[in-house]
Design a protein around this ligand. Structure first.
Ligand SMILES: *[C@@H]1O[C@H](CO)[C@@H](O)[C@H](O)[C@H]1NC(C)=O
Ligand SMILES: *[C@@H]1O[C@H](CO)[C@@H](O)[C@H](O)[C@H]1NC(C)=O
Ligand SMILES: *[C@@H]1O[C@H](CO)[C@@H](O)[C@H](O)[C@H]1NC(C)=O
Ligand SMILES: *[C@@H]1O[C@H](CO)[C@@H](O)[C@H](O)[C@H]1NC(C)=O
Ligand SMILES: *[C@@H]1O[C@H](CO)[C@@H](O)[C@H](O)[C@H]1NC(C)=O
Ligand SMILES: *[C@@H]1O[C@H](CO)[C@@H](O)[C@H](O)[C@H]1NC(C)=O
Length: 281
């Protein structure tokens, strides 16, 4: 434990005060594959090619969630703290989306319903907040800070009882320099159906730079829900049997982000299989 604290302190001294330790390409690839395996891409999010990772911290309950974690409704009622960090390659791009001095971010969360569900009218938006900026370093990730009021204040998951495990998908977009918040949804809106494609077009956003999701189920499911498959990180092109995580990542041990865990585990055990959603009815 002391070691961990010491290493964390060393790491933070050796990088700038705002730059966090970069995300490994493997951890990013695992998250991307989890989105595909959970049918989030392309059903809910048309395109997802992350260049880093996002982590949610429900600070009064579970703290940091793993990507794809199954949580209870009561564990996620409060607006979480959002952390992001890019890969080393993404963070090295001058004026790029991880440039701490210039870039602001939009964070939003969508109830993606259950995997394989039919949603002809779209999905409900549970959170939308613009103008996040890079905040302080927090254990290798960077806290996003904002003083701007949310457009859609966070409303925790409330899936209908019996409707199965809903996917709550969080996306982070880099705002262009000339960003003007789209007129819809209007400031202070509640949970309502949302058209992601229209919003990102109106906001002049590119694809999300990072994202994460968790699932919430209320009551036993009354119908069968598509089974989504686990990610075997050893099958990903980013995986190399000899590569341990780059220095410093061992200090992530004990944190609950799945992507980050994979970096630790690949070094140690050389194989990591992520269980996503296995449901039997
Ligand atoms: C979660 O956020 C709270 C409040 O900012 C902070 O005190 C706590 O250290 C964070 N937990 C983790 C694991 O980052
Ligand atoms: C998470 O939710 C479960 C079930 O509602 C509850 O028993 C548990 O205490 C919660 N955990 C935290 C850390 O809030
Ligand atoms: C951030 O962007 C500014 C303005 O484009 C540029 O001057 C600066 O070099 C960039 N810094 C980094 C670290 O990319
Ligand atoms: C969202 O908007 C796009 C572009 O206008 C449109 O093609 C699509 O059908 C809309 N989706 C829903 C669910 O309304
Ligand atoms: C971000 O928020 C934290 C905690 O509220 C604060 O300590 C820090 O100075 C803020 N950083 C910026 C860049 O606003
Ligand atoms: C299953 O539960 C959902 C949510 O309560 C409800 O809308 C749906 O009609 C139910 N389906 C069946 C087959 O009972």
């Amino acid at each position: 434990m002391l070691n961990t604290v010491f290493l964390a302190a060393l790491c933070c001294l050796s990088v700038s005060l705002v730059r966090a330790h970069p995300a490994s390409p493997l951890s990013v690839a695992v998250v991307k594959q989890q989105f595909i395996n959970a049918d989030i891409v392309p059903d809910v999010v048309p395109k997802f090619d992350p260049i880093g990772v996002a982590v949610l911290n429900y600070s009064t309950t579970l703290q940091r969630l793993s990507n794809g974690q199954d949580v209870t409704q009561g564990n996620v009622t409060q607006e979480p703290v959002v952390y992001i960090h890019g890969t080393a390659a993404a963070e090295a791009v001058a004026g790029g989306p991880f440039n701490v001095t210039t870039i602001k971010y939009t964070v939003l969360a969508i109830d993606g319903n259950t995997a394989g569900s039919s949603n002809p009218n779209g999905y409900n938006l549970h959170y939308l907040r613009n103008d996040y900026v890079y905040g302080q370093n927090n254990d290798h990730t960077v806290t996003l800070n904002t003083t701007t009021a949310p457009v859609v204040p966070y409303q925790g998951p409330a899936p209908p009882s019996g409707s199965g495990p809903h996917r709550y998908i969080w996306l982070v977009y880099a705002q262009p320099a000339n960003f003007v918040a789209p007129s819809t949804p209007v400031q202070g809106s509640g949970v309502a159906l949302f058209n992601l494609t229209q919003y990102t077009a109106a906001a002049n956003f590119g694809d999300p730079i990072v994202g994460t999701y968790f699932t919430v189920q209320v009551g036993p499911a009354n119908a069968s829900v598509a089974v989504t498959s686990a990610v075997d990180s050893t099958t990903l092109p980013q995986y190399t049997p000899t590569s341990t995580s780059s220095g410093g990542h061992a200090t992530m041990t004990g944190m609950s982000n799945a992507g980050l865990k994979s970096e630790v585990s690949t070094g140690a055990a050389a194989i990591v299989v992520f269980a996503l959603l296995f449901f039997t009815f």
